[in-house]
Design a protein around this ligand. Structure first.
Ligand SMILES: Cc1cc2nc3c(=O)[nH]c(=O)nc-3n(C[C@H](O)[C@H](O)[C@H](O)COP(=O)(O)OP(=O)(O)OC[C@H]3O[C@@H](n4cnc5c(N)ncnc54)[C@H](O)[C@@H]3O)c2cc1C
Length: 413
């Protein structure tokens, strides 16, 4: 594959899912002058699962990660949403073969560490500069400057801020306001599948909808573990951290009276963790000249469509494709990336909030209408169910970029 004739120096702040996807896509497209700056000294993902919609898996396949994912992922057969107490099925949405055929890639569940390892192995750990926390940035017509907390200063042609929901670069670039606290908290844990075998948990996205809260569980690690998340009102808890431990008795109290599978899975789990949920309203501008935002830095969302990571993966591929089309004019490439991504990610952000309201419905009439609508769609196998998610899962980064900037000059291989 031919490398771009012009090689801009590209700085990426943050080696999370979004930053690493961008870095890997740029490498595949022939960019040789990319520097990833990560604040942590040791790269390791947390012990949690992640759902990857076909829109994200398609990108990871383009980047050559298909075999690595196949070795560790679990492909769920369906999303089965059930009543919190009785276990009655409200909605059964197929995610197996039918979904893979319709969208050109499967729906997958993976352990975050497995996804991170696959990205790192493909990109090269040696290419990530660890222990480099970005403190501040500036730009002028000639380029960008990044100052690290260590005192070091770096120069580049482009800065991609993939530094997460509390992005310092976003704070400098945009309004500087903190993200919005949603009033919700995610309890999470991971059980050994052997220890939960007696519960007969199905290979689905198993969602349990109850008043003011919901619970989701699914297999990861090639079926060896079961990941779960329980969303509840946050009370006084405000800390957002993948490593903040909680008390299992507290989770069991939150899910008092819930179906025996939910309670049994919590009981079969070792450590439990809690994470306060934050998001932002959609924002129409993320790019200024040679600097742009990506992933949670640009559009953090509540995880109720399981799409925050997927959107950062799409961002990473789209930005690389835009730079490959316009390597001689990085500012125009970043502007095209923003124009391609703001409307879609805003829809996903707002759709995620709406999904939470639907899951946690307490109004008896609205709940009845919800349940009847989904049960009818399940019983009649209505095509309407696909039409509701086509916009989300069918997105094709390459086609979107080609429609805006013309056909590819170089293709990821
Ligand atoms: C409970 C929960 C469940 C979720 N489930 C799903 C799901 O099933 N599917 C899905 O697609 N999404 C899910 N998400 C969302 C997903 O986790 C995020 O959207 C995704 O991790 C965002 O990736 P990112 O790379 O943009 O940011 P991050 O993952 O936050 O990565 C940011 C990186 O930048 C580094 N960094 C931060 N500041 C600096 C700095 N100043 N200098 C240098 N480096 C810095 C950080 O150390 C980190 O490595 C979930 C989120 C939560 C909270």
């Amino acid at each position: 594959m031919e490398a771009p004739q012009v090689q801009p120096r590209i700085l990426i702040a943050g080696a999370g899912i979004g930053g690493l996807t961008a870095a890997l896509a740029l490498k595949k497209l022939g960019f040789e002058n990319v520097e990833v700056l990560e604040q942590t000294a040791v790269l390791k993902e947390v012990g949690a699962g992640i759902q990857l919609g076909p829109n994200a898996v398609k990108v990871l396949h383009h980047l050559g990660l298909g075999p690595a994912l196949e070795a560790v992922a679990v492909a769920p057969l369906a999303t089965k949403s059930r009543n919190w107490a009785s276990g009655r099925t409200i909605r059964n949405f197929p995610l197996g073969q039918e979904c893979a055929q319709r969208y050109g890639a499967p729906y997958l569940h993976v352990h975050r560490a497995d996804l991170h390892n696959a990205l790192i192995e493909a990109y090269g750990l040696g290419n990530v500069r660890l222990g480099k926390r970005v403190k501040t940035h500036a730009q002028d017509g000639g380029g960008v400057r990044v100052a690290l907390e260590s005192g070091e200063e770096l120069r580049g042609d482009v800065l991609i801020a993939a530094d997460g929901v509390h992005s310092v670069i976003r704070g400098e670039l945009l309004e500087g306001r903190e993200p919005r606290f949603t009033g919700l908290l995610a309890w999470r844990g991971m059980a050994d599948a052997e220890k939960a075998r007696h519960l007969g948990i199905e290979r689905n996205v198993n969602a349990w909808w109850g008043p003011h809260r919901h619970f989701v569980n699914y297999y990861v690690s090639a079926g060896k573990r079961i990941n779960w998340i329980g969303i509840v009102p946050a009370g006084e808890w405000r800390l957002e951290s993948w490593s903040a431990r909680g008390d299992k008795a507290e989770v069991l109290k939150e899910f008092d009276g819930w179906h025996p599978i939910v309670r049994g899975l919590i009981e079969a789990t070792g450590d439990v963790f809690k994470w306060a949920l934050y998001d932002r309203d959609p924002w129409p501008v993320w790019t200024q000249g040679r600097v742009t935002l990506l992933g949670d830095a640009a559009h953090p969302m509540v995880p109720f469509l399981s799409q925050g990571g997927a959107q950062s993966i799409e961002d990473g591929y789209v930005i690389a494709l835009c730079l490959a089309r316009l390597p001689h004019d990085p500012a125009a490439a970043l502007q095209a990336y923003q124009d391609l991504r703001t409307e879609r990610t805003a829809r996903v952000q707002l759709g995620s909030r709406e999904a939470g309201q639907m899951f946690h419905q307490t109004d008896p009439l609205k709940k009845l209408i919800r349940d009847v609508k989904f049960r009818w769609a399940t019983l009649t196998n209505s095509q309407e169910k696909w039409r509701r998610v086509d916009w989300l899962y069918r997105y094709d980064c390459e086609a979107e970029v080609a429609a805006r900037l013309g056909p590819a000059v170089a293709k990821a291989a």
